[in-house]
Design a protein around this ligand. Structure first.
Ligand code: HEM
Length: 442
């Protein structure tokens, strides 16, 4: 090895290897490991965790010894002190307020609006029946509108506003993915093009959220006690947090779900039969119906097993600990990796096969072997919403369209592996052709 290579390795550790091929890196190091794997990501020690007992220890058993430390600093310009980045009493208060927002009745109303948006978008897609579509762009625009409808009870019918907030979400997400493994995020300090674009995206989201906050509904209305305690910036921080946490994760899952259905017409037909048997006479999807579609939900669960949008998430050790016999020093970074966990052959029969029926039959997986939404007190607040939205999306797709995959086999698709899993860099293309008369548009 040359002097430069040695120096680079001494300073950056495993970072260059990780950044060059993130998915390959965690597969090589993580799948099958029964203890935390020591890594060096920059100057700090780090550990990759991809076994159930490790998730259990860090997220539940000894959770007070792990915090959302340095890893979250990169998110602060965007999320401020929102729920993802906050800790202590501020986090506690936000979580309580959000629980009220996600109560069954509030959620149902938001979901009804999200389903109207889905029906509208399906009608739009039907007009271009037979054309080639890139799934990531389609799902991004669709889920941004659905999440805004579900959370803020706004249908965002103005196409220019919908486009602007979608683009802002993409820029913000891309910046977080690019800066994630840099030792210093210079874009935050220098007048670079990237930095300007990121700040512009934040400003656009703030502008639209300020508009929604003028007559707060849904999630924003539930934040009142928090605003009274912590001041008006809470509204901005929590709304951007929920929007960004909820949009790209759901879009990524929607992409893999649609592509999986395209590659597996047998599964699409299996789902279609279930949905058609349960759809009311007017053919409209409603929130209550989504609970009665076990096959469709199992498909969503299986897609989130093989393609978990949150394919890794991080903690910082706040105290020394021992995880499965390995000493974890205070200050170490912990990478928890659902991608590697969900593909363990000791936990899943045929782990690389898409088999939704595994969630309907036979023994269910260890609680800590399946964590697409995390676990413990900081598990995803939007899990129920995301599952409902994805179930509705699958139901709409199989009953409305024939989906033809144009980008090759599912197993050959390698996700980008940024801050969320993402789609392959080259995109995933499909052709959507209308199957039958469209459902009524709300
Ligand atoms: C398929 C879609 C989604 C996936 C896979 C997902 C996954 C996750 C995961 C794994 C965590 C835990 C991260 C950690 O422990 O560090 C999390 C947290 C969170 N998610 Fe989601 N999420 C999704 C959709 C949503 C939606 C729709 C919302 C909108 C409300 C949302 C809001 C949040 C928030 C606010 C947190 C932070 C919770 C806390 O720290 O207390 N997520 N999500």
């Amino acid at each position: 090895m040359s002097f430069i290579t040695n120096l680079r390795r001494a300073v950056l550790g495993d970072l260059p290897d990780f950044a060059a091929d993130p998915i390959g890196f965690v597969e090589r190091h993580g799948i099958g490991a029964d203890v935390p794997v020591a890594l060096r990501l920059g100057p700090k020690p780090a550990f990759l965790i991809s076994h159930p007992a490790g998730f259990q220890r860090v997220l539940v058993e000894n959770r007070d010894a792990y915090g959302k430390g340095a890893e979250q600093a990169r998110l602060r310009p965007l999320f401020g002190e929102g729920m993802v980045t906050a800790s202590g009493p501020r986090w506690d208060a936000a979580r309580q307020a959000a629980k009220a927002a996600f109560s069954q009745s509030r959620l149902n109303h938001g979901l009804e609006l999200a389903l109207c948006v889905l029906a509208q978008e399906a009608a739009g897609l039907a007009q271009t029946s037979g054309s080639e579509i890139d799934l990531h762009g389609l799902m991004g625009r669709l889920t941004m509108r659905m999440v805004i409808a579900a959370l803020f009870h706004e249908r965002l019918e103005d196409a220019a506003a919908a486009d602007a907030i979608y683009r802002a979400g993409c820029v913000a997400h891309r910046h977080l993915s690019l800066s994630m493994w840099r030792l210093v995020d210079l874009d935050m300090y220098l007048p670079t093009r990237e930095g300007r674009a990121f700040r512009g995206a934040i400003a656009e989201m703030e502008r639209q959220i300020a508009g929604f906050a003028q007559a707060p509904k849904g999630f924003l209305a539930a934040l009142h006690p928090l605003v009274a305690e912590y001041g008006p910036a809470v509204m901005r921080d929590e709304a951007i947090t929920a929007l960004v946490a909820g949009f790209e994760t759901t879009a990524t899952a929607g992409c893999w779900l649609a592509y999986a259905l395209a590659r597996r017409p047998d599964l699409a037909a299996w789902l279609r039969q279930e949905v058609e048997e349960n759809l009311p006479a007017d053919g409209e999807l409603r929130p209550g119906l989504l609970r009665d579609l076990p096959r469709t939900r199992a498909m969503v669960q299986e897609v989130l097993r093989l393609y978990p949008s949150a394919w890794w998430f991080a903690r910082t050790a706040l105290a020394d600990d021992v995880v499965s016999g390995v000493a974890i020093p205070k200050g170490a970074s912990i990478l928890l990796c659902p991608w590697a966990l969900h593909r363990r052959p000791d936990q899943w029969a045929d782990p690389l096969e898409l088999k939704p029926a595994r969630f309907l039959e036979g023994p269910q997986p260890d609680k800590f072997a399946y964590v697409p939404f995390g676990a413990g007190p900081r598990a995803c607040i939007g899990a129920q919403l995301a599952t409902a939205e994805l179930t509705a999306l699958a139901a709409m797709l199989v009953t409305t369209f024939d989906i033809e995959a144009l980008s090759g086999p599912l197993a050959a698709q390698v996700p980008e592996g940024g801050i969320t899993l993402g789609a392959p860099r080259a995109g995933m293309k499909v052709r959507l052709s209308v199957r039958e008369p469209l459902r009524k548009v709300a």
